[in-house]
Design a protein around this ligand. Structure first.
Ligand code: HEC
Length: 132
């Protein structure tokens, strides 16, 4: 028991040391090249994004995102596509196709979150209780 505690404490110290070792100099933005590590949208923003994708994107990509005017956005359909390129398609659209750019409504972190969720299987909208 005592040994386990010591180990846990040790692991805690190591984690703290690792955080302290993160580069903090201004201009040191190497992490930006790894999109997975970008800040995620807040919980509340994520709910907005789920609603938006289900409603606005669903109008072309299908209610179940299984395809319509736009192609299916299911995990199977997107499995081999790089996240960064999916996110870029969402932000910039595909000129010459009906896929519009969404940069006025979505930033890159939003688009990356959406692309990630699409590859995982997009969350359903929570059931909204209409109270009148
Ligand atoms: C007006 C119709 C329309 C709307 C609205 C729309 N899309 Fe699209 N989308 C398309 C079409 C058409 C394509 C295929 C473009 C092509 O031929 O390359 C596409 C392509 C994509 C792709 C690339 C798929 C792949 O297999 O490479 C992604 C990702 C995507 N859309 C996400 C979205 C998201 C997220 C939204 C909502 C924020 C959205 N789309 C809204 C029409 C639409």
């Amino acid at each position: 028991m005592r040994a386990a505690r010591t180990l846990l404490a040790l692991a805690g110290c190591l984690a703290a040391a690792a955080v302290a070792a993160e580069p903090t100099q201004p201009g040191q933005q190497a992490w930006r090249t790894e999109p997975r590590q970008q800040a995620q949208p807040t919980e509340q923003r994520q709910q907005t994004l789920v609603r938006m994708v289900r409603q606005d994107c669903g109008s072309c990509h299908g209610m179940r995102l299984t395809g319509g005017l736009g192609p299916a956005l299911t995990p199977q359909a997107l499995a081999d596509k790089p996240l960064a390129s999916l996110a870029a398609t969402i932000v910039h659209g595909r000129p010459g196709t009906p896929m519009p750019p969404w940069r006025a409504l979505l930033d890159e972190a939003d688009a990356l979150w959406i692309a990630t969720q699409l590859q995982l299987g997009f969350p359903e909208e929570p059931q909204v209780q209409v109270q009148r």
